[in-house]
Ligand binder design. Structure first.
Ligand code: F6R
Length: 242
């Protein structure tokens, strides 16, 4: 595992954007796993700026997002479809047909999970999977549990996760109770994983995830088993690392 700690948000975002664009520069047909949430917004902003300067093209790349809420219309401002359009896709040249997210409105969510896994498999391995970290150690929406699921599945969101995400909605009641998420098996199959964590409120869980026991109670701790894990932290998030 390669842990890099940054003094400024700008430097961290630049490093994250460089890792992602580096993959697309060396392999224009790269398959990228993308994340949403507050953490990657600065990285996406930097990527959009670098794209504007002509540094790379996403024309032949393919993306798979980790997750989507169940039951939000795609054009709801807080759907992850809207998030990706707003923060990244509208700024770059990735063709719509090559940008994949689970369909949270599928009539048969389980069939949708199978479809998503098959689609990922058809594209071979994910070259780089970008991840944020939940306060409870979740990655994607793989919440702490006695057992974790390998492939894409429907998940009941933990109350803590709904509360953390309520900041984006008018009230907690509006936060969906379920999501479709890639499974931990799919995440761990990626060739390279880029975990990004910011803020003092994540310092405890960063230490648990990276240096604690490997346990399904902290899904991110499974990342310790990955042979090619890069972790970008700001100083505050790195505070409790030994
Ligand atoms: C997002 C995702 C989640 C977030 C995590 C951290 O697609 O799968 O695991 O990465 O909840 O969210 P933020 O960055 O908002 O703290």
């Amino acid at each position: 595992m390669n842990v890099l700690v940054f003094d400024t948000d700008d430097k961290l975002n630049e490093a994250g954007a460089n890792i992602i664009s580096g993959i697309v520069q060396t392999s224009p047909r790269a398959v990228l796993g993308l994340a949403t949430g507050g953490t990657p917004i600065g990285i996406y902003r930097q990527l959009a700026a670098d794209f504007e300067r002509g540094m790379f093209s996403f024309r032949n790349a393919v993306t798979f997002n980790l997750d989507e809420y169940v039951g939000l219309p795609e054009d709801h401002p807080e759907s992850y479809h809207s998030y990706m359009r707003h923060h990244l896709f509208r700024h770059i040249d990735l063709p719509d047909a090559q940008a994949h997210l689970p369909n949270g409105n599928a009539a048969d969510p389980r069939a949708e999970c199978r479809r998503y896994d098959e689609l990922i498999e058809r594209h071979g391995q994910i070259d780089l999977q970008l991840l944020g970290l939940g306060h409870n150690g979740h990655i994607g929406f793989n919440e702490p549990a006695h057992a974790l699921t390998k492939g894409t599945h429907v998940v009941e969101l933990a109350e803590a996760t709904r509360k953390a995400n309520a900041r984006y909605f008018l009230s907690l009641d509006e936060v969906p109770c379920q999501a479709i998420t890639m499974g931990v098996g799919t995440i761990l199959k990626a060739k390279k994983i880029l975990l990004v964590v910011k803020g003092a409120d994540k310092a405890d869980i960063v230490a648990k995830a990276l240096q604690g026991p490997i346990t399904t109670d902290c899904p991110a701790s499974l990342l310790q088993t990955h042979p090619n894990l890069i972790v970008l932290l700001d100083r505050a998030a790195a505070e409790k690392l030994g």
